[in-house]
Design a protein around this ligand. Sequence first.
Ligand code: ADP
Length: 457
Amino acid sequence: MKIRYKIVLQFSLIVAFNLLMFSGFIYYREDQKRHETFRGRLSKRAITTARLLFDVSGFSPELIRIMDKTSVNRLIGEEVYIFNTKNQLVFSNAESVPKELDTALLDRIKTENSVEFRINERENLGLLFEGKFDNFIVIESGIDVDGEANLKSLRQTLLISFLLIILVVIISGMFFAGQALQPIKTINHQIDQITAQNLRKRVDEGKSKDEIAELAHKFNRMLNRLELGFEQQRSFVSHASHELRTPLAAIKSEVQLGLEERLRAPEYEKILQNILEDTDKLILLSNSLLQMARPIDSFNLSKIENIRIEELILALQNDVKNNKPDAIVRVNFENIPPDEHLTIVKGNESLLKNAFLNLLDNAIKYSNTQPVEVLIDFDEKECIVHISDKGIGISQEDLPNIFEPFYRGENAFDVQGFGVGLSICHKIIDIHNGRISIKSQPMHGSTFTVALPHLTL
Ligand code: ADP
């Protein structure tokens, strides 16, 4: 069911319920009032008749009957029956006594003094009349034609008002709900026009600050992220194919050269050497691509353990020493805290090694093998590692982009690389809930800072 109809239905049901309660209450009060008034008239007529008959001398039953017929206070269909205490009928203006006026009823009137009962449309009141000389049971009966007619008219008025009000509520509810939901209809229509090929379109956020505007705003923000994701994917594919094409073209031309020319053994050896270098590049590149393309959850995060950062850095210092004997990595332990938990982080060791190794490699690569400083620090929440070099630094224009996949700064012109290392680093630090930032000055060097949440007790 559409929200519009749901709102109208619920609102109409609430109004209908309240109206029913209200009308029911009015009708009940009116019926009570009519009943009390008619009872009062019955009682007055019963007592007057009994008094004239038994307490005032000179009023014969015949006279009373004539007076009753001509009285302006006479009730419609009025009948009166008077019994003595032995239940014998002593007076009546009716032709016969209804069978309902039996001994049981008369006895009940004697004990209860006053009994009300209904026979079809007739309302009856039985009273025990205590006269000057004797007691009598007086039963007065009549039809409250006016009262019932008034009630009927009230019923009709209430029913018509009920139907009219509900009709007005439904019509106005449809109108206002339609107006309130119009922006959703518009957004729905606009969403229909947004496709993967047409991600630039946005939905109308309007000027109000209501929930629908908020929804539209959040939807637009989601589209921004989606568009960025699509854009990054597109540029990733195009960069990746470009990077792959260069060594492949080199291998192809080396092979063609080897096939077309008659060369001597050392020249063939040189060609094979070049092919080997290009193949190594391809392997390195495809490994990096694989790591970048892998979604975050497929990183082996099940292998999470407590890692002591200073040990990890020391291991990397050794690796660098073995692989690049010219490079110098100095680790500064001055700030290492006595509480070991402050430098232990939860994470995947091989991923974190990969991230820090990338940073160390870059520091060495872009500083012409000048010494690299690693400072291990901490604060109340994080273990912080600063990796500083005194290399060529990064220009202000390049700084915002260097974590983008395949982005290479202008300083990397004659330095080997694919521009994917920092983007992998960022991804790894991100999935460890950490932060990576950079401060750099061209020709003075760069400092990369990695902050990872440590074990807080
Ligand atoms: P690559 O080094 O293969 O180009 P990275 O993703 O590791 O790719 O780095 C991206 C860019 O950031 C580099 O091309 C370079 O311009 C810049 N860069 C990274 N580290 C440093 C550094 N320590 N000093 C100067 N520039 C750096």
